[in-house]
Design a protein around this ligand. Structure first.
Ligand SMILES: Cc1cc2nc3c(=O)[nH]c(=O)nc-3n(C[C@H](O)[C@H](O)[C@H](O)COP(=O)(O)OP(=O)(O)OC[C@H]3O[C@@H](n4cnc5c(N)ncnc54)[C@H](O)[C@@H]3O)c2cc1C
Length: 408
């Protein structure tokens, strides 16, 4: 009788959307997964997030319930002129894209991934979630990570899903690679949908040119500014982002605490119907610095690999940062089935890099150029080619075919 397959022991650093998705993919294969997360994840996380069809395909493969994401269909965008208030509606250009992508509250996506990761009744061994645990170092060749209390944890594989300021990235590259200031920051906040009743004109938002999707407002004068809003959590909440030029990102005292007054001051000259929506924003309003990671020489070293923002943090222009982190998680699941040995891990990570890095680099660069180059702004919604590249991608099928060809 063949001996039973030994599961791999896997340490994942970071319990964001990327880390949790990777944990789900790997536990379902039968591996023993531990996640180490600095925070206690007690507070509401972030704001709205678009989960486009390329990522939903992977989430459904991982057993995530579409319903539990409480999403609103994301069928396109209406681009409004900030002065005239007029909008041009643009549906996805590709056929069969209607009612495929979702606009969600980030917490709903996070909660569902966490549920599937630790679910006692799910496939494989439930993931062990170590909250309030900061990782200070990793030895990629040995597969060890060091907790801030000094304890060392051994594993066959370490995944650095620790975001923009990744510690595991430093260990993998052998030097720190910071994401420089982009000069753009954004206000992010939520509005209770019932508050729309207070507006004299909310039709522009509720009807949105006839499309269930994003309302975006372009401002042509007065420095770089743009605003976008969309419904989420079964339309009970409205998420908004309001991006502005911010030359103070590296100055001491920069604070992520924003106020409604500051938000309204920066966007004071947009059409009153847009300003009226922003005025409904509930405090606290958070500010985020938008930072872009340069393309990395590698995402892997020995038995450690990067995933998500740790590998490719960029501007949110295409709304694909979490989406491709989910794709990367699904890919790792396909390349590391039960039966993969400790000795085989480095070669599987080479395959992971071959499959994923070109796409991560593409999303990083396109998000940047479509965010700041005037001729490319809004290109995603005008270009069938860009939409085909992003939306039709099937990360699971690609990885399964690669696995069959090279490892089965
Ligand atoms: C304004 C804005 C809008 C966006 N909109 C979209 C969108 O519509 N669609 C989309 O797909 N993406 C969007 N994104 C991008 C998306 O939010 C990110 O790409 C995604 O959340 C990254 O997930 P992650 O798991 O890689 O990293 P993170 O969410 O940053 O998670 C990293 C985790 O690691 C933990 N951590 C860090 N260091 C350590 C350590 N040393 N030890 C232990 N734990 C550690 C952190 O506490 C954190 O929980 C948007 C981003 C912004 C700023």
């Amino acid at each position: 009788m063949a001996p039973p397959h030994e599961p791999l022991e896997i340490s994942i650093v970071g319990a964001g959307i990327g880390g949790l998705a990777a944990a789900v993919a790997l536990r379902r294969n039968g591996h023993l997964v531990k996640i180490f997360e600095t925070s206690e994840i007690k507070t509401e996380i972030g704001a709205g997030i678009g989960i486009q069809v390329n990522a939903l395909r992977v989430l459904e493969h991982l057993g995530v319930s579409r319903e539990k994401l409480k999403g609103v269909y994301y069928n396109g965008i209406t681009a409004f002129d900030s002065k005239s208030g007029e909008g041009i509606a643009r549906r996805w250009l590709l056929p069969d894209m209607e009612n495929q992508s979702l606009l969600c509250h980030r917490k709903d996506v996070h909660d569902e991934l966490r549920r599937v990761a630790v679910d006692e009744g799910g496939q494989g061994t439930p993931v062990q979630l170590h909250l309030g645990t900061k990782i200070v170092e990793c030895n990629p060749q040995a597969g060890t990570i060091t907790l801030d209390g000094g304890e060392i944890v051994n594993a066959d594989l370490v995944i650095g899903a620790d975001g923009l300021h990744s510690t595991i990235r430093t260990s993998i590259l052998g030097e720190a690679q910071h994401a420089p200031a982009s000069g753009l920051s954004t206000f992010r906040g939520l509005i209770d949908t019932s508050k729309l009743q207070e507006l004299s004109d909310s039709k522009w938002f509720t009807e949105n040119g006839g499309i269930s999707g994003i309302s975006s407002i372009f401002i042509r004068e007065g420095g770089f500014r743009m605003m976008a809003a969309f419904p989420c959590r079964n339309r009970s909440l409205i998420n908004f982002v309001a991006v502005y030029s911010d030359p103070h990102q590296d100055e001491p005292g920069w604070s992520s605490k924003g106020t409604r007054e500051e938000l309204l001051h920066i966007f004071h000259d947009i059409h009153p119907k847009f300003l009226a929506l922003l005025a409904l924003a509930e405090e606290p309003i958070r500010k985020w610095q938008l930072r872009v990671l340069p393309l990395l020489g590698t995402w892997i070293n020995g038995r450690a690999a990067l995933l998500g923002d740790a590998a490719h943090a960029t501007l949110p222009t295409l709304g694909q940062g979490a989406g491709i982190a989910i794709e990367e998680a699904g890919t790792l699941g396909c390349l590391l089935p039960l039966g993969t040995t400790r000795a085989e891990v480095p070669a599987r990570l080479e395959a992971y890099q071959t499959l994923r890095k070109p796409r991560g680099d593409y999303v990083n660069r396109e998000s940047l150029s479509q965010g700041i180059e005037p001729s490319k702004m809004g290109l995603y919604f005008r270009s069938e080619e860009v939409q085909r590249n992003l939306l039709t991608h099937n990360a699971i099928q690609n990885a399964q075919e690669y696995y069959e060809k090279h490892f089965s």
